[in-house]
Design a protein around this ligand. Sequence first.
Ligand code: HEM
Length: 125
Amino acid sequence: MTTHRPVFLELWRIHLPIPAVVSILHRVSGVLMVLSIPVFAWLFAQALASPAGFAASAAFLGHPLVQLGLLVMAWALLHHLIAGIRYLMIDLGLGVDRSTARGTAWTALTAALALTILVAGGMLL
Ligand code: HEM
């Protein structure tokens, strides 16, 4: 079957609607959290194994790059939690119309970023 629909594949000029951005980030954050489980489990096991293991885990977690990674994980959890609650509301039929869906998408995106900044502030204390 041949179709004559116009094809527009200039990816740098396609602007995703904000609910699509929140949806992609929800999937990315979920995958990040799943991938991080073995790392956290290993750190936890090492910390509980012996006093030396605890010190090694604490030293690892204190490294600036690891702290940055922890901040990314904090964002992942916050974004996934807030956007996930948004999806559960949408599943209940709440906020489905386009303008409300856009508003709640912006709210989820900015709330997760704002809370991540608060977490970063807490880490610096
Ligand atoms: C904190 C509370 C959480 C809430 C409210 C939540 C909510 C949700 C919801 C509603 C979905 C389905 C989204 C859809 O319909 O497309 C989902 C998907 C998913 N969640 Fe969560 N979740 C939470 C925690 C977690 C955690 C802790 C993990 C990982 C350790 C996780 C991993 C995932 C993954 C991998 C998906 C599939 C993503 C996709 O295929 O798009 N979630 N979550």
